[in-house]
Design a protein around this ligand. Structure first.
Ligand code: ADP
Ligand code: MG
Length: 178
């Protein structure tokens, strides 16, 4: 274990209650956070699966994982150290059935999303000039498509309903909302 300075040591040994650590870049905050997990697991017997550490980048999460595994070994098995994004996905994959979706969903980037809208527009012979994918993504629709455009939860691509019934949507016979 790296030798910590007194302030870091104090933070690491403060295992009860909330702790806010404010310090400059490269001054050893991550070192404190990762080291502090060890007495929580070893001395306080906090189960690893009840422990969570989140950070912003994959690189930081990887480093924290490596540091904690290096210090706590098997005791750290089951701990979740991840980015905010991957924690969100983890929770969604576990619980999204509660919202009626399957957990094997994909996540589309903004450009993937615009591509899907363009594809859906092409497949339905809609004049692409009449539609700006970004405006659809931001919930702005040209008046002629309101309220006939809705995504279908069962479709692999968004279904654009241009007629009074869902005749072009191959996945279901849902009526467009009136
Ligand atoms: N007390 C210390 N003595 C020596 N090196 C340290 C100490 N605390 C942290 N470091 C090292 O300094 C570098 C930056 O630490 P890090 O915890 O990543 O900083 P921060 O998260 O505040 O940016 C790392 O390589 C870390 O191992
Ligand atoms: Mg850091």
């Amino acid at each position: 274990m790296k030798k910590l300075n007194p302030q870091q040591q104090r933070a690491v040994n403060t295992t009860e209650g909330a702790l806010l650590i404010l310090a400059g870049a490269g001054s050893g905050k991550t070192q404190v956070i990762t080291t502090r997990i060890v007495p929580l697991l070893k001395d306080k017997r906090v189960p690893a699966e009840n422990s969570l550490a989140v950070t912003f980048t994959n690189k930081a999460a990887r480093e924290m994982n490596e540091r904690v595994s290096g210090m706590a070994g098997q005791l750290a098995k089951g701990i979740v150290i991840s980015t905010f994004h991957s924690l969100g996905v983890r929770i969604l994959r576990r619980d999204i059935r509660a919202l009626g979706f399957k957990p094997n969903f994909s996540i589309y980037s903004s450009s993937d999303q615009a591509g899907v809208i363009r594809q859906a527009v092409r497949e339905r012979d809609i004049d692409p000039k009449a539609i700006d994918p970004d405006q659809i993504l931001w919930n702005w629709l040209p008046p002629q498509f309101i309220p006939a455009i809705r995504s279908c939860s069962k479709a692999s691509t968004p279904s654009i309903l241009t007629t009074s019934s869902c005749s072009r949507c191959s996945c279901c016979n849902r009526q467009p909302p009136s």
